[in-house]
Design a protein around this ligand. Structure first.
Ligand code: ADP
Length: 391
Protein backbone atom coordinates (compact mmCIF):
# COMPACT_ATOMS: atom_id res chain seq x y z
CA UNK A 1 0.00 0.00 0.00
CA UNK A 2 1.38 3.41 -0.95
CA UNK A 3 2.22 5.67 2.03
CA UNK A 4 0.34 8.95 2.25
CA UNK A 5 1.72 11.87 4.21
CA UNK A 6 -1.31 13.98 5.05
CA UNK A 7 -1.31 17.46 6.59
CA UNK A 8 -4.40 18.42 8.57
CA UNK A 9 -4.75 22.19 9.00
CA UNK A 10 -7.24 22.50 11.85
CA UNK A 11 -7.26 24.55 15.06
CA UNK A 12 -10.00 22.65 16.90
CA UNK A 13 -8.41 19.86 19.03
CA UNK A 14 -11.68 17.88 19.06
CA UNK A 15 -11.80 17.83 15.25
CA UNK A 16 -8.16 16.80 15.03
CA UNK A 17 -8.82 13.92 17.41
CA UNK A 18 -11.87 12.91 15.41
CA UNK A 19 -9.93 12.67 12.14
CA UNK A 20 -7.21 10.61 13.86
CA UNK A 21 -9.76 8.24 15.36
CA UNK A 22 -11.56 7.82 12.04
CA UNK A 23 -8.36 6.78 10.34
CA UNK A 24 -7.40 4.45 13.23
CA UNK A 25 -10.83 2.86 13.14
CA UNK A 26 -10.49 1.75 9.55
CA UNK A 27 -6.90 0.67 10.08
CA UNK A 28 -5.53 3.15 7.52
CA UNK A 29 -1.94 2.57 8.62
CA UNK A 30 -0.62 3.85 5.29
CA UNK A 31 -1.70 7.38 6.25
CA UNK A 32 0.74 9.40 8.32
CA UNK A 33 -1.19 12.30 9.75
CA UNK A 34 0.44 15.54 10.90
CA UNK A 35 -1.56 18.52 12.08
CA UNK A 36 -1.02 22.25 12.48
CA UNK A 37 -3.42 24.92 13.73
CA UNK A 38 -2.85 27.86 11.38
CA UNK A 39 -2.11 28.85 7.79
CA UNK A 40 1.31 30.21 8.68
CA UNK A 41 2.35 26.99 10.47
CA UNK A 42 1.04 25.01 7.48
CA UNK A 43 3.22 27.07 5.15
CA UNK A 44 6.34 26.21 7.16
CA UNK A 45 5.42 22.51 7.38
CA UNK A 46 4.72 22.23 3.67
CA UNK A 47 8.09 23.68 2.78
CA UNK A 48 9.85 21.32 5.16
CA UNK A 49 8.15 18.00 4.34
CA UNK A 50 6.94 16.24 1.18
CA UNK A 51 3.23 16.08 1.95
CA UNK A 52 1.02 14.20 -0.50
CA UNK A 53 -2.18 16.07 0.35
CA UNK A 54 -3.63 18.78 2.60
CA UNK A 55 -6.86 18.57 4.57
CA UNK A 56 -7.87 22.15 5.21
CA UNK A 57 -10.39 23.62 7.63
CA UNK A 58 -11.62 26.88 6.14
CA UNK A 59 -11.96 28.64 9.50
CA UNK A 60 -8.59 29.26 11.13
CA UNK A 61 -7.14 31.98 13.38
CA UNK A 62 -5.26 33.52 10.43
CA UNK A 63 -7.67 32.76 7.58
CA UNK A 64 -11.40 32.82 6.90
CA UNK A 65 -13.32 31.07 4.17
CA UNK A 66 -11.93 31.05 0.65
CA UNK A 67 -9.12 33.37 1.64
CA UNK A 68 -7.70 30.44 3.67
CA UNK A 69 -7.62 28.28 0.57
CA UNK A 70 -5.94 31.00 -1.45
CA UNK A 71 -3.22 31.44 1.19
CA UNK A 72 -2.62 27.72 1.54
CA UNK A 73 -2.45 27.18 -2.21
CA UNK A 74 0.24 29.85 -2.33
CA UNK A 75 2.42 27.81 0.01
CA UNK A 76 1.12 24.29 -0.76
CA UNK A 77 2.55 24.78 -4.25
CA UNK A 78 1.54 21.69 -6.15
CA UNK A 79 -0.21 19.65 -3.43
CA UNK A 80 -3.83 18.54 -3.68
CA UNK A 81 -6.08 20.27 -1.12
CA UNK A 82 -9.35 18.91 0.31
CA UNK A 83 -11.38 21.49 2.22
CA UNK A 84 -13.38 20.81 5.38
CA UNK A 85 -16.55 22.88 5.63
CA UNK A 86 -19.36 23.25 8.11
CA UNK A 87 -22.90 22.06 7.55
CA UNK A 88 -24.77 24.39 5.17
CA UNK A 89 -21.57 25.81 3.65
CA UNK A 90 -22.22 24.18 0.27
CA UNK A 91 -21.77 27.37 -1.72
CA UNK A 92 -18.38 28.05 -0.16
CA UNK A 93 -17.41 24.42 -0.71
CA UNK A 94 -18.27 24.52 -4.40
CA UNK A 95 -16.43 27.80 -4.87
CA UNK A 96 -13.41 26.22 -3.20
CA UNK A 97 -13.47 23.38 -5.74
CA UNK A 98 -13.79 25.90 -8.57
CA UNK A 99 -10.79 27.73 -7.11
CA UNK A 100 -8.61 24.63 -7.27
CA UNK A 101 -9.43 22.44 -4.25
CA UNK A 102 -9.64 18.80 -5.35
CA UNK A 103 -12.64 17.96 -3.15
CA UNK A 104 -14.61 18.99 -0.02
CA UNK A 105 -15.90 17.15 3.01
CA UNK A 106 -18.66 18.42 5.30
CA UNK A 107 -17.71 18.14 8.97
CA UNK A 108 -19.83 15.59 10.81
CA UNK A 109 -20.95 14.08 7.52
CA UNK A 110 -18.06 11.81 6.67
CA UNK A 111 -16.41 8.76 8.12
CA UNK A 112 -12.93 7.25 7.84
CA UNK A 113 -13.64 5.45 4.56
CA UNK A 114 -15.05 8.54 2.84
CA UNK A 115 -12.08 10.53 4.06
CA UNK A 116 -9.53 7.99 2.81
CA UNK A 117 -11.28 7.64 -0.53
CA UNK A 118 -11.39 11.40 -0.97
CA UNK A 119 -7.67 11.75 -0.12
CA UNK A 120 -6.62 8.96 -2.51
CA UNK A 121 -8.82 10.30 -5.28
CA UNK A 122 -7.51 13.85 -4.77
CA UNK A 123 -3.90 12.63 -5.02
CA UNK A 124 -4.59 10.60 -8.19
CA UNK A 125 -6.54 13.35 -9.91
CA UNK A 126 -3.90 15.88 -9.01
CA UNK A 127 -1.20 13.64 -10.50
CA UNK A 128 -3.23 13.23 -13.69
CA UNK A 129 -3.60 17.01 -13.87
CA UNK A 130 0.15 17.50 -13.56
CA UNK A 131 0.82 14.96 -16.34
CA UNK A 132 -1.76 16.65 -18.56
CA UNK A 133 -0.29 20.09 -17.82
CA UNK A 134 3.19 18.85 -18.71
CA UNK A 135 1.92 17.21 -21.87
CA UNK A 136 0.28 20.47 -22.93
CA UNK A 137 3.37 22.52 -22.24
CA UNK A 138 5.50 20.01 -24.19
CA UNK A 139 3.03 20.14 -27.07
CA UNK A 140 3.17 23.90 -27.13
CA UNK A 141 6.98 23.89 -26.98
CA UNK A 142 7.06 21.47 -29.90
CA UNK A 143 4.51 23.58 -31.75
CA UNK A 144 6.74 26.60 -31.20
CA UNK A 145 9.68 24.61 -32.55
CA UNK A 146 7.73 23.67 -35.68
CA UNK A 147 6.90 27.32 -36.16
CA UNK A 148 10.46 28.41 -35.58
CA UNK A 149 11.67 25.91 -38.17
CA UNK A 150 9.07 27.09 -40.65
CA UNK A 151 9.95 30.78 -40.15
CA UNK A 152 13.68 30.10 -40.21
CA UNK A 153 13.27 28.05 -43.37
CA UNK A 154 11.35 30.79 -45.14
CA UNK A 155 13.81 33.46 -44.05
CA UNK A 156 16.76 31.46 -45.34
CA UNK A 157 15.18 30.36 -48.58
CA UNK A 158 15.17 33.76 -50.28
CA UNK A 159 18.85 34.70 -49.79
CA UNK A 160 19.87 31.15 -50.72
CA UNK A 161 17.87 31.32 -53.94
CA UNK A 162 19.67 34.58 -54.89
CA UNK A 163 23.07 33.11 -54.05
CA UNK A 164 22.32 30.05 -56.12
CA UNK A 165 21.20 32.10 -59.11
CA UNK A 166 24.28 34.29 -58.91
CA UNK A 167 26.73 31.42 -58.61
CA UNK A 168 25.05 29.56 -61.47
CA UNK A 169 25.14 32.67 -63.65
CA UNK A 170 28.86 33.07 -62.93
CA UNK A 171 29.50 29.39 -63.65
CA UNK A 172 27.92 29.83 -67.06
CA UNK A 173 30.62 32.41 -67.79
CA UNK A 174 33.35 30.38 -66.16
CA UNK A 175 35.64 30.66 -69.17
CA UNK A 176 36.10 34.36 -68.44
CA UNK A 177 37.44 33.93 -64.92
CA UNK A 178 40.81 32.64 -63.68
CA UNK A 179 40.75 28.86 -63.15
CA UNK A 180 41.29 28.92 -59.35
CA UNK A 181 38.26 31.22 -58.98
CA UNK A 182 36.31 28.71 -61.04
CA UNK A 183 37.12 26.03 -58.47
CA UNK A 184 35.93 28.24 -55.63
CA UNK A 185 32.80 29.03 -57.54
CA UNK A 186 31.99 25.33 -57.91
CA UNK A 187 32.44 24.89 -54.15
CA UNK A 188 30.24 27.89 -53.38
CA UNK A 189 27.57 26.59 -55.70
CA UNK A 190 27.72 23.08 -54.18
CA UNK A 191 27.44 24.48 -50.62
CA UNK A 192 24.54 26.70 -51.57
CA UNK A 193 22.74 23.71 -53.08
CA UNK A 194 23.36 21.69 -49.90
CA UNK A 195 22.10 24.52 -47.69
CA UNK A 196 19.03 24.94 -49.86
CA UNK A 197 18.38 21.25 -49.46
CA UNK A 198 18.63 21.46 -45.70
CA UNK A 199 16.27 24.43 -45.58
CA UNK A 200 13.81 22.67 -47.86
CA UNK A 201 13.94 19.63 -45.60
CA UNK A 202 13.30 21.75 -42.51
CA UNK A 203 10.29 23.30 -44.22
CA UNK A 204 9.08 19.92 -45.39
CA UNK A 205 9.44 18.44 -41.88
CA UNK A 206 7.47 21.33 -40.37
CA UNK A 207 4.83 20.90 -43.08
CA UNK A 208 4.52 17.16 -42.49
CA UNK A 209 4.34 17.66 -38.73
CA UNK A 210 1.76 20.41 -38.86
CA UNK A 211 -0.70 17.78 -40.05
CA UNK A 212 -2.29 20.41 -42.27
CA UNK A 213 -2.88 18.86 -45.64
CA UNK A 214 -1.07 21.07 -48.06
CA UNK A 215 -0.48 18.31 -50.53
CA UNK A 216 -0.88 19.22 -54.18
CA UNK A 217 -2.36 15.97 -55.39
CA UNK A 218 -2.29 15.59 -59.16
CA UNK A 219 -0.81 13.58 -61.98
CA UNK A 220 2.87 12.71 -61.53
CA UNK A 221 4.90 12.41 -64.72
CA UNK A 222 7.61 9.97 -63.61
CA UNK A 223 10.07 11.02 -66.32
CA UNK A 224 9.67 14.70 -65.50
CA UNK A 225 10.11 14.39 -61.70
CA UNK A 226 13.17 12.16 -62.12
CA UNK A 227 14.73 14.54 -64.65
CA UNK A 228 13.99 17.57 -62.43
CA UNK A 229 15.55 15.82 -59.43
CA UNK A 230 18.66 14.91 -61.41
CA UNK A 231 19.05 18.49 -62.55
CA UNK A 232 18.80 19.74 -58.97
CA UNK A 233 21.42 17.22 -57.88
CA UNK A 234 23.90 18.03 -60.63
CA UNK A 235 25.93 20.65 -58.75
CA UNK A 236 26.59 18.06 -55.98
CA UNK A 237 28.47 15.83 -58.41
CA UNK A 238 31.33 18.28 -58.51
CA UNK A 239 34.46 16.65 -57.08
CA UNK A 240 33.09 13.10 -57.37
CA UNK A 241 33.56 10.50 -60.08
CA UNK A 242 29.99 9.41 -60.28
CA UNK A 243 27.75 8.77 -63.25
CA UNK A 244 24.02 9.27 -62.92
CA UNK A 245 21.50 7.11 -64.77
CA UNK A 246 17.74 7.01 -65.03
CA UNK A 247 15.35 4.33 -66.17
CA UNK A 248 11.57 4.79 -66.38
CA UNK A 249 9.45 1.74 -67.17
CA UNK A 250 7.27 2.25 -69.15
CA UNK A 251 8.87 5.49 -70.43
CA UNK A 252 5.58 7.40 -70.28
CA UNK A 253 4.80 6.27 -66.71
CA UNK A 254 2.26 8.43 -64.86
CA UNK A 255 0.71 7.96 -61.42
CA UNK A 256 -1.24 9.88 -58.76
CA UNK A 257 0.56 11.83 -56.08
CA UNK A 258 2.21 15.09 -55.13
CA UNK A 259 4.87 15.78 -57.80
CA UNK A 260 6.84 18.23 -55.63
CA UNK A 261 6.93 15.72 -52.77
CA UNK A 262 8.07 12.90 -55.08
CA UNK A 263 10.81 15.19 -56.41
CA UNK A 264 11.89 15.90 -52.80
CA UNK A 265 11.96 12.16 -52.13
CA UNK A 266 14.25 11.65 -55.11
CA UNK A 267 16.45 14.63 -54.24
CA UNK A 268 16.89 13.37 -50.68
CA UNK A 269 17.70 9.81 -51.72
CA UNK A 270 19.88 11.06 -54.57
CA UNK A 271 21.86 13.55 -52.49
CA UNK A 272 22.58 10.82 -49.91
CA UNK A 273 23.69 8.49 -52.68
CA UNK A 274 26.07 11.17 -53.99
CA UNK A 275 27.30 12.02 -50.50
CA UNK A 276 28.30 8.42 -49.81
CA UNK A 277 29.54 7.44 -53.28
CA UNK A 278 32.84 8.95 -54.24
CA UNK A 279 33.03 7.01 -57.46
CA UNK A 280 30.79 4.65 -59.36
CA UNK A 281 27.16 4.80 -60.47
CA UNK A 282 23.91 6.08 -59.13
CA UNK A 283 20.78 4.87 -60.88
CA UNK A 284 17.28 6.21 -60.52
CA UNK A 285 14.54 3.87 -61.57
CA UNK A 286 10.81 4.15 -61.55
CA UNK A 287 8.57 1.30 -62.64
CA UNK A 288 4.99 0.14 -62.45
CA UNK A 289 4.43 -3.09 -60.58
CA UNK A 290 1.42 -5.22 -59.89
CA UNK A 291 0.59 -6.24 -56.32
CA UNK A 292 -2.42 -8.53 -55.99
CA UNK A 293 -3.94 -7.04 -59.11
CA UNK A 294 -3.43 -3.45 -57.93
CA UNK A 295 -1.15 -0.90 -59.61
CA UNK A 296 1.81 0.20 -57.51
CA UNK A 297 4.92 2.23 -58.23
CA UNK A 298 8.44 1.32 -57.24
CA UNK A 299 10.97 4.12 -57.12
CA UNK A 300 14.54 3.08 -56.44
CA UNK A 301 17.81 4.92 -55.99
CA UNK A 302 20.76 2.54 -56.25
CA UNK A 303 24.34 3.52 -55.57
CA UNK A 304 27.70 1.77 -55.57
CA UNK A 305 28.91 3.70 -52.54
CA UNK A 306 30.19 2.78 -49.09
CA UNK A 307 27.00 0.99 -47.95
CA UNK A 308 25.33 1.04 -44.55
CA UNK A 309 26.17 -1.32 -41.68
CA UNK A 310 23.20 -3.37 -40.40
CA UNK A 311 22.93 -1.69 -37.00
CA UNK A 312 22.84 1.72 -38.64
CA UNK A 313 20.22 0.77 -41.24
CA UNK A 314 17.78 -0.16 -38.47
CA UNK A 315 17.90 3.35 -37.02
CA UNK A 316 17.46 5.31 -40.21
CA UNK A 317 14.59 7.70 -40.61
CA UNK A 318 14.69 9.32 -37.16
CA UNK A 319 15.21 13.04 -37.47
CA UNK A 320 18.03 14.63 -35.48
CA UNK A 321 18.75 11.32 -33.75
CA UNK A 322 20.83 9.98 -36.60
CA UNK A 323 24.05 11.68 -35.69
CA UNK A 324 24.01 9.93 -32.34
CA UNK A 325 26.22 7.19 -33.69
CA UNK A 326 24.64 6.68 -37.07
CA UNK A 327 26.42 9.10 -39.30
CA UNK A 328 29.65 7.78 -37.90
CA UNK A 329 32.19 10.10 -39.39
CA UNK A 330 32.32 13.85 -39.11
CA UNK A 331 32.93 14.33 -42.85
CA UNK A 332 29.40 13.22 -43.62
CA UNK A 333 27.53 14.51 -40.56
CA UNK A 334 23.92 15.48 -41.12
CA UNK A 335 20.59 16.03 -39.48
CA UNK A 336 18.92 12.71 -40.21
CA UNK A 337 16.01 14.73 -41.52
CA UNK A 338 16.38 13.49 -45.09
CA UNK A 339 15.19 9.91 -44.64
CA UNK A 340 12.64 10.89 -41.97
CA UNK A 341 11.02 13.12 -44.58
CA UNK A 342 11.24 10.39 -47.22
CA UNK A 343 9.39 8.05 -44.84
CA UNK A 344 6.69 10.69 -44.35
CA UNK A 345 6.30 11.33 -48.08
CA UNK A 346 6.08 7.63 -48.85
CA UNK A 347 3.51 7.04 -46.07
CA UNK A 348 1.32 9.83 -47.41
CA UNK A 349 1.43 8.01 -50.78
CA UNK A 350 0.15 4.86 -49.08
CA UNK A 351 3.46 3.00 -49.14
CA UNK A 352 6.75 2.31 -47.39
CA UNK A 353 10.48 2.84 -47.74
CA UNK A 354 12.98 0.00 -47.61
CA UNK A 355 16.74 -0.26 -47.84
CA UNK A 356 19.07 -3.00 -48.97
CA UNK A 357 22.72 -2.37 -48.45
CA UNK A 358 26.08 -4.05 -48.30
CA UNK A 359 29.08 -2.36 -46.74
CA UNK A 360 31.64 -1.48 -49.39
CA UNK A 361 29.30 -2.38 -52.26
CA UNK A 362 26.47 0.10 -52.14
CA UNK A 363 22.87 0.74 -51.14
CA UNK A 364 19.48 0.69 -52.76
CA UNK A 365 16.63 2.68 -51.26
CA UNK A 366 13.24 1.64 -52.60
CA UNK A 367 9.97 3.52 -52.14
CA UNK A 368 6.89 1.45 -52.89
CA UNK A 369 3.83 3.63 -53.46
CA UNK A 370 0.21 3.22 -54.44
CA UNK A 371 -0.25 4.35 -58.07
CA UNK A 372 -3.91 5.28 -57.95
CA UNK A 373 -4.53 7.09 -54.65
CA UNK A 374 -7.01 9.92 -55.16
CA UNK A 375 -5.57 11.95 -52.28
CA UNK A 376 -2.99 11.85 -49.48
CA UNK A 377 -3.24 9.19 -46.78
CA UNK A 378 -3.08 10.59 -43.23
CA UNK A 379 0.40 10.55 -41.76
CA UNK A 380 0.58 7.90 -38.99
CA UNK A 381 1.22 9.54 -35.57
CA UNK A 382 4.41 7.54 -35.03
CA UNK A 383 5.84 9.19 -38.12
CA UNK A 384 5.68 12.67 -36.65
CA UNK A 385 9.06 13.82 -37.79
CA UNK A 386 10.16 16.52 -35.41
CA UNK A 387 8.30 14.99 -32.49
CA UNK A 388 9.88 11.64 -33.12
CA UNK A 389 13.25 13.26 -32.64
CA UNK A 390 12.31 14.86 -29.35
CA UNK A 391 11.66 11.56 -27.57
P1 ADP B 1 21.62 13.00 -43.06
O1 ADP B 1 22.28 12.55 -44.31
O2 ADP B 1 21.26 14.43 -43.07
O3 ADP B 1 22.34 12.60 -41.81
P2 ADP B 1 19.54 11.11 -43.72
O4 ADP B 1 18.31 10.74 -42.96
O5 ADP B 1 19.35 11.48 -45.12
O6 ADP B 1 20.23 12.27 -42.92
O7 ADP B 1 20.56 9.91 -43.64
C1 ADP B 1 20.86 9.34 -42.39
C2 ADP B 1 22.13 8.52 -42.43
O8 ADP B 1 21.94 7.35 -43.22
C3 ADP B 1 23.29 9.20 -43.08
O9 ADP B 1 23.95 10.07 -42.18
C4 ADP B 1 24.16 8.01 -43.48
O10 ADP B 1 24.89 7.52 -42.37
C5 ADP B 1 23.13 6.96 -43.86
N1 ADP B 1 22.85 6.91 -45.33
C6 ADP B 1 21.76 7.39 -45.96
N2 ADP B 1 21.81 7.12 -47.28
C7 ADP B 1 22.96 6.48 -47.49
C8 ADP B 1 23.60 5.94 -48.66
N3 ADP B 1 23.05 6.01 -49.87
N4 ADP B 1 24.80 5.33 -48.48
C9 ADP B 1 25.37 5.24 -47.27
N5 ADP B 1 24.83 5.73 -46.14
C10 ADP B 1 23.64 6.34 -46.24
Amino acid sequence: MQRILLLLVEDNPADIRLVKEMLDEIGASEVQLRSVGSVSEAGAKLTAEPFDAVLLDLTLPDGRGLETLEKIRGSAADRPVIVLTGLGDDRVALRAVQDGAQDYLVKGQFDGRTLLKSVRYAIERHRAEIVERERRSLESALGAMDQLLAVLGHELRTPLASLRLLSEYMLKHEAKIPSEYGRYLHSINGEVVRMTDLVNNLLEAARLDSGVSQWQWSDVDAHKVCADALELLHPLLDGTRVTLGMNIDPPDLHFSGDPAAIRRLLVNLGSNAIKYTKQGRIDFSCRRIDRSGEPWIEIAVKDTGRGIPDGVARRLGTAFAVNAGVTGSSDTGGTGLGLAICKGIVAVHGGWLSVASEVGKGSTFTATLRADLTGPEPLPPDLKIIREAAT
